[in-house]
Design a protein around this ligand. Structure first.
Ligand SMILES: [Zn+2]
Length: 349
């Protein structure tokens, strides 16, 4: 009898824990009773934007209209202003929260914690009145992201499949530098990536003392200036792509590095070297995909081993993997249960 009662107790404890966090069908990461991260949820008064990537700003217009408050770090606010124009966020009540600063709503407290991903990225932690710590990691690169202790852990699962590992570590950064150096001997070099990753590449090239000017389209220029304002060292003055100076450099085939967004339809003609940054490269740090075209394995996410290591060190009582943003969430949840013996499930189901 006693055994049955304690099993029942365990079950009700588990379901109480489960009710404290999930991911909705629309992709909102729901923490505690009041917070919805990274997508709109009509029942939640507090919206958190963990960073300025599009898949984490889902339904932001609706949140601004309907939520009591929309919370983000000051750097993420500046990034969104740069990407969407300063009037976008002024439609609602926005509160910026520094890393570690507390925001209390009724009986729950929210804090944001640093995550190494793009500028401004935060892990979101909610502590409820029972002192349960409910954490959403958001996207992060493991090596420079501080661990936050939690009872319930909601994880990103982009590379949650055990085959998604990058044994070559940081080698891709050195390869990027030497490819650019080689390409500059012939003229302009074109670099493609997402917002955040482009600025990371500028930072790497600047640190490696690449002297050639950087040419950037307007939106990338705005985002880069935000990064510089928040302390990233991107080097020299950025030259606007549409300006006379850039156009004359390009027409005369002068050495320079041109940065384009991965979605850019701009065509690169002639012999110029093209380098595409991708997180989806696992076998080699660099792959030649055309006569003058390379893919370099630069990621701003943890690989499988790093995701698992975060869970192991955090040692929560349960894990939820974000299936809205990653196909690998089911696999990752299974691997966590198998390897770490921690209850885990993917959401939304
Ligand atoms: Zn992201």
């Amino acid at each position: 009898m006693r055994f049955v009662r304690s099993e029942k107790l365990k079950l009700s404890e588990a379901s109480r824990m489960q009710s404290k966090a999930t991911v909705s069908k629309l992709g909102a990461v729901l923490l505690g009773k009041h917070v919805a991260c990274d997508a709109y949820d009509e029942a939640r008064p507090i919206r958190v934007v963990t960073h300025a990537h599009a898949d984490h700003m889902v339904g932001l217009g609706k949140s601004l209209k309907n939520c009591e408050v929309t919370i983000m770090t000051p750097a993420t606010k500046d990034m969104i202003d740069a990407l969407k124009g300063p009037r976008f966020l002024s439609r609602g009540t926005v509160k910026t929260l520094d890393y570690g600063e507390a925001f209390t709503y009724e009986d729950e407290t929210l804090t944001l914690h640093y995550a190494d991903h793009i500028l401004g990225t935060a892990q979101a932690l909610v502590e409820d009145k029972e002192q349960t710590r409910i954490l959403y990691t958001s996207d992060f690169r493991y090596s420079r992201t501080p661990l936050v202790k939690a009872d319930i852990l909601v994880m990103e699962a982009t590379y949650g499949d055990p085959v998604r590992v990058r044994p070559f570590g940081m080698m891709a950064e050195g390869i990027l530098v030497s490819l650019v150096e080689q390409g500059l001997k012939r003229g302009p070099v074109y670099v493609f990536g997402y917002h955040g990753k482009l600025q990371k590449m500028m930072q790497i090239l600047y640190a490696a003392k690449i002297k050639a000017p950087f040419i950037v389209p307007e939106k990338i220029c705005r985002v880069s200036k935000v990064c510089e304002r928040h302390g990233m060292k991107l080097g020299r003055q950025l030259i606007p792509f549409d300006g006379e100076k850039a156009q004359s450099m390009l027409s005369q085939n002068e050495p320079c590095v041109v940065f384009y967004h991965s979605y850019s339809r701009k065509k690169v003609e002639g012999e110029a070297l093209q380098i595409h940054a991708s997180g989806w490269e696992f076998r080699k740090p660099c792959r030649k995909v055309g006569a003058n075209k390379y893919v370099v394995a630069l990621s701003d996410h943890s690989d499988f081993n790093e995701l698992l290591e975060y869970v192991e060190r955090c040692n929560p009582r349960m894990v939820i993997t974000d299936k809205h943003r990653s196909e690998a969430a089911n696999i990752f949840a299974r691997e966590i249960e198998k390897r770490l013996k921690i209850p885990a499930k993917a959401a939304p189901v």
